[in-house]
Design a protein around this ligand. Structure first.
Ligand code: GCB
Length: 630
């Protein structure tokens, strides 16, 4: 199946990219119905003409940028605006201009020069459209984007707005500060990270010839002896003619280059395969000397036999040649792969979930320092630039949908399901060419013991495998092995369990027996490889005690040692129970305010500022040793 493409905007001899990131103008709509912007049609004028505007960086979450609590906690429509120049050189018969939003959280509407050009539901994933006809060439253009972070039982992630009426015992003004008398309202959700909002990833314009490469889908087969590989591809071309000409006939040429740019092989046609003898396989860090080897697939699509000027679209896609299989264990290129990783978040000081190269590169350097070979994009798709770095650095990814906090039966309904299937489609379309992605995770910790969850998850897992038959699919389970109803449909059992923390808090001495029993039960019941996807303990940097107590750094070190001893007893042998371990979490992160969270979740082995707590050194010793053995 090929859905509409969403190729990452790359420059080439036929494409230009213009990044609109920077300082935009901004306002939250605080009116009681949160709808003044729509009534007054704010997109039709400069935002400053419709009221007070403030500076807002893009990309960034807006929540932590100002000193205003009402912006930190805002729920509703937030309005963004920028102006930019569209060069006259783009105004010709052969060029199309596309507007692409890397992600906006969660519901977004986009107007260009007062005309609505896009609407998109769901954060964490890109959306784009052809804006050629809406642009003022050789002049300034006004781009207005409204984003709404309201969660409902049918959004992903789900949540709800609760209204409170308590005028008698709350101070005067408390309810009216929310501008919605007599109610106060609160956004509530059952996932454990702060619901940051805004334009989280870059907004870009890019040009293509009007006959453009819309989508490229690749996969590869490798012979058992690794002596030969076949790269399969499918290319779709779209022709959005600006002058109403007939659909062009076109030809497609595909050239495979090695990492030095030397041509390996080439072919032509919209789909086919390319043979590579003695391929340089893509290997994760630690498995082979050759880490993260990438070929470049250069695709040319050109018009044939028309009187219009001939331009050829060129797109360079980095690909890796590797296979992923699951039998008794997880295998990459036919060899067992043991996951040593971390759960992560896109979460940083000040910018929230806003993409920032400094933070991203720092995190990759820390993953390398640690010796990790994998992470999960808990609990939503991460920026495309992060996925590209995983490909290059040989970091394996379990790529997760934003379906987290599905804890009630009214989440498992058709309305949510159809959105969930769309999101899987968008995620697979965006990420299927990344060799680093070895598995899809369709959700985290749903209440999979509820009867409707069985059919629900069978449907979404089947959709993931139908869209991408080359990768296993799973969801991350925290229902009990006796009560869960959905893991029969996964390829790898992924479980979360906090021994010594949520279970038997304060008792590290029971961890080995209980954890070993728990993981073995899962393995026996499902006869599938098991990854222990989340485990850990809160540790506040600078809290110390001996004997260790909960929330000290020493306690997390003790919890780790007990887990490591258990993992080592379960990961070896011909039919090992365990295919991997991922500690929760890479770094401390922001959450909703709660009595169980001390200024955020403190299970990070690094602080939120990316400095190591002492447990980081303990895990580093293990991960580096394991990485060097594999
Ligand atoms: C979990 C969730 C994760 C939380 C973590 C915790 O099971 O999957 O999102 O942050 O537990 O620390 O409670």
């Amino acid at each position: 199946t090929i859905t509409n493409g969403i190729l990452y905007p790359m420059e080439s001899e036929s494409r230009q990219v213009k990044d609109l990131s920077g300082r935009w103008r901004f306002r939250t709509d605080n009116s009681s119905g949160r709808d003044t912007g729509f009534q007054e049609r704010w997109w039709e004028r400069r935002l400053a003409e419709t009221g007070h505007v403030i500076d807002m960086p893009v990309p960034a979450s807006y929540n932590d940028i100002t000193q205003d609590k009402s912006i930190r906690d805002f729920v509703g429509w937030a309005w963004y605006e920028t102006t930019f120049f569209a060069p006259n050189a783009w105004n010709n018969e052969v060029t199309n201009v596309w507007l692409r939003v890397g992600s906006a959280h969660y519901y977004a509407m986009v107007w260009l020069n007062g005309e609505q050009v896009m609407e998109h539901e769901g954060g964490h994933l890109p959306f784009e459209c052809d804006v050629t006809m809406s642009l003022n060439f050789g002049a300034t253009n006004r781009l207005t984007i409204a984003v709404n972070n309201t969660l409902t039982p049918n959004t992903l992630p789900p949540g709800e707005i609760n209204h409170y009426n308590g005028k008698d015992d709350y101070p005067a003004g408390y309810f009216t500060q929310f501008k919605q008398p007599p109610y106060a309202f609160n956004q509530e959700y059952e996932f454990d990270f702060f619901n940051y909002a805004g334009i989280h990833r870059p907004v870009k314009l890019y040009t293509t010839p009007r006959l453009r490469i819309g989508e490229i889908v690749t996969s590869s087969d490798v012979t058992a002896d690794h002596a030969s590989a076949t790269v399969h591809y499918q290319v779709t071309v779209t022709d959005s003619s600006r002058v109403g000409q007939e659909m062009a006939s076109y030809n497609i040429t595909v050239v495979l280059e090695d990492s030095t740019g030397a041509i390996v092989n080439k072919t032509s046609g919209g789909s086919g395969s390319i043979t590579v003898t003695q391929p340089m396989l893509w290997w994760p860090v630690g498995m082979h000397d050759q880490v993260g080897y990438l070929y470049t697939m250069v695709v040319y699509a050109g018009r044939l036999g028309l009187s219009a000027p001939i331009t050829t679209d060129v797109y360079r896609l980095k690909i890796g040649i590797r296979t992923v299989t699951v039998d008794q264990t997880l295998k990459i290129n036919g060899r067992p792969f043991y996951v040593i990783g971390v759960g992560k978040h896109e979460d940083w000081d000040v910018r929230g979930k806003g993409f920032d190269w400094s933070m991203v590169v720092k995190d990759f350097n820390l993953l390398d320092w640690l010796g990790a070979n994998a992470f999960r994009t808990s609990h939503y798709p991460y920026a495309e630039e992060i996925m590209q770095m995983c490909d290059e650095r040989g970091i394996v990814v379990i790529d997760e949908c934003p379906a987290v906090g599905m804890r009630s039966a009214n989440n498992f309904v058709n309305k949510t399901l159809s959105h969930h299937l769309n999101v899987i489609g968008e995620l697979v379309t965006r990420d299927r060419n990344h060799p680093s992605v070895i598995m899809w995770s369709v959700a985290n910790e749903p209440s999979s013991q509820l009867p409707p969850a069985a059919q629900y998850f069978k449907t979404v897992l089947d959709r993931a495998r139908e869209l991408d038959p080359t990768r296993p699919a799973t969801f991350v389970c925290n229902a009990g092995y006796d009560s869960d109803l959905a893991t029969p449909y996964v390829d790898v059992v992924c479980v979360n369990k906090y021994e010594g923390w949520y279970d038997d808090p304060g008792h590290v001495e029971v961890i080995q027996k209980r954890l070993s029993y728990f993981l073995t039960q899962w393995h026996e019941k499902r006869s599938k490889p098991v990854i222990h996807m989340e485990w850990g303990a809160g540790a506040i940097a600078g809290f110390h005690s001996d004997p260790s107590l909960m929330y000290t750094e020493e306690y997390l070190c003790d919890v780790m040692r007990e887990h490591f001893a258990t993992f080592d007893s379960l990961r070896t042998g011909s039919n090992p129970v365990l295919a991997g371990e991922m500690i929760w979490n890479f770094a401390d992160f922001a959450t909703a305010q709660a009595t169980t969270r001390a200024y955020g979740n403190r299970k990070g082995i690094f602080t939120r500022q990316r400095q190591p707590k002492s447990p980081a050194f303990v895990i580093r010793d293990r991960y580096r040793a394991l990485r060097n053995q594999s």
